[in-house]
Design a protein around this ligand. Structure first.
Ligand code: ADP
Length: 489
């Protein structure tokens, strides 16, 4: 009986396939690393053919674990957002490397557009800011600098990673889901369609863009030769949107925070698409039945990478989980604060020029205090985001956390304490894949709605705030002083 769901999670450093039962149980996983290409400083590229080949290999292995394609009701796809692929409509082959979301090659172009006064109009239509992060300027750059892309004319197809994978899986269906489209800076998020003025502004050829579709539905079937029989593709969403769905942020105000390499916070805002006054992003939460739901998003560039840096560059830790015992081994931070602006500061500051700082050092401070200050920085950064979200009318009532860092119980408790908010951590931490499975379950007709699919999330552990208010106030005052010194440097 076909009652399992195959999820493809095409991430930045690796691509995976996972098999889910309708009760949320994960029945199998296959993973393959992706090669990162850094042709010049600040440039990051992927080989789109490699993404396809490795994803297909993982998916085939999971289909075999499922006992064949006939046992799979549908495929859900989630992916690294903003990364943009270029391929031939006729041959289906990649024409150039994919330009990855982290790539900064269009920083000057975006600064010039900002200087020329375009940011207000871009923000009003797309909910985004003028930053190289989003796909539009990368497309314009490829059209101007890669002859194999520019010369393709009518044969050119452009799309984000889920769009590329669907084209190859189906042998020629050119679609993108509305959440991925909302990260290109080419979509009018209020209408759900490509915007001609934005295509002109960035030099993106509208005819090469995919059709924008819902996040769940029957888009098309996979080529029968790929898995022995065809499987319907039934769900798609960008990774952070999928994580928000996997965390069941289905009603306005519900918020998730993912603490991986960086930290990404999304608050569901329902039918409203508020324009942020605090430099947060407005983005699509999902589109179902042609109806759009929105979210506010705050991105922090440095989260788990700070722990990796303490481990690899400073040798302060042997393993990342060791940070928990070290933090517990001291009563407080001894006045030490770490501002993790190692790659500039993201939301709500957006200061690419900012640099990190370790403040308040005295002879009382040791290794454990510095490690504790690094973990504490997560709650401090999240607290600044919480204020920005509240300022935009999206106050949080509870924070649903996931990502590799929140395996750390001390960190989860510190978030609850400093935010003075209940923190909820699901037992099954792969919320991104789960969200894609929920969407595919809806698209395949296994569930009537996302609310019904929410049963897949399973058990959660709650962390209640327990910090004395005086201690909390002192912590936040110490952080304010430290971050102000960085912002004014
Ligand atoms: P990504 O999906 O961005 O690759 P993950 O969600 O897998 O990241 O999280 C990995 C990050 O979490 C690493 O940067 C690592 O330093 C950090 N990390 C893992 N375990 C712990 C822990 N117990 N305490 C603190 N940080 C941790």
């Amino acid at each position: 009986m076909s009652d399992t769901i195959l999820v493809i999670d095409a991430g930045t450093t690796s691509t995976r396939a996972m098999l889910f039962a309708t009760d949320g149980a994960c029945l199998g996983t296959e993973q393959a690393e992706l090669t990162q290409h850094y042709p010049r400083p600040g440039w990051v590229e992927h080989d789109a053919e490699e993404i396809w080949e490795r994803t297909l290999a993982c998916a085939r292995a999971v289909v075999a674990k499922a006992g064949g394609a006939a046992n799979i009701a549908g495929i859900g796809i989630t992916n690294q957002r903003e990364t943009i692929c270029f391929w031939s409509r006729s041959s289906g082959r990649a024409l150039a490397r994919a330009i990855v979301w982290q790539d900064r090659r269009t920083a000057e172009l975006c600064a010039a557009l900002k200087e020329a006064g375009h940011e207000g109009a871009v923000q009003a239509k797309t909910g985004l800011l003028l930053d190289p992060y989003f796909s539009a300027s990368k497309i314009g750059w490829a059209m101007a600098h890669w002859p194999e892309v520019a010369a393709a004319g009518d044969d050119l197809c452009i799309g984000t990673v889920e769009s590329w994978l669907v084209y190859r899986l189906t042998g020629g269906l050119h679609v993108t889901d509305a959440t991925n489209a909302s990260r290109t800076a080419l979509m009018d998020i209020h209408r759900g369609s490509w915007e001609a003025g934005l295509c002109d502004l960035f030099g993106a050829p509208a005819a090469a863009l995919p059709e924008i579709v819902d996040c769940a539905g029957q888009y098309g079937d996979t080529d029968p030769d790929l898995f022995g029989a065809s499987i319907p593709i039934c769900g798609m969403a960008g990774d952070q949107q999928a994580a928000a769905i996997g965390q069941c942020c289905l009603a306005p105000g519900e918020t998730k925070a993912t603490y991986g390499t960086g930290a990404f916070v999304l608050t569901h805002t329902g039918e409203a698409a508020p324009v942020s006054r605090h430099r947060l992003l407005t983005t699509l939460a999902w589109q179902l039945g042609g109806e759009r739901r929105y979210a506010l998003e705050g991105s922090v560039f440095v989260a788990g990478s700070l722990i990796q840096w303490l481990r690899d560059a400073l040798g302060m830790l042997v393993t990342a989980p060791e940070s928990e015992a070290l933090a517990r081994s001291v009563a407080d931070n001894a006045g030490v604060y770490l501002v993790p602006a190692l790659a500039g500061l993201g939301a709500p500051h957006w200061r690419p020029d900012a640099r990190g700082a370790l403040t308040g050092l005295s002879f009382a401070a040791g290794r454990a205090h510095v490690v504790r200050a690094a973990l504490e920085a997560m709650a401090h950064q999240t607290h600044d985001l919480m204020a920005a979200f509240a300022g935009d009318g999206a106050a949080w009532e509870c924070l649903k956390v996931d990502g590799g860092m929140v395996a750390n119980d001390w960190l989860a408790q510190d978030l609850a304490d400093v935010l003075a908010l209940e923190v909820e951590r699901p037992a099954f931490i792969e919320t991104t894949a789960l969200g894609a499975a929920m969407l595919a379950g809806v698209g395949a007709g296994l569930f009537g709605s996302l609310e019904e699919a929410a049963a897949m999330r399973g058990a959660v552990r709650r962390f209640a705030p327990a910090m004395e208010e005086a201690v909390r106030t002192a912590r936040l005052a110490g952080w304010r002083k430290a971050i102000d010194s960085v912002l004014s440097a």
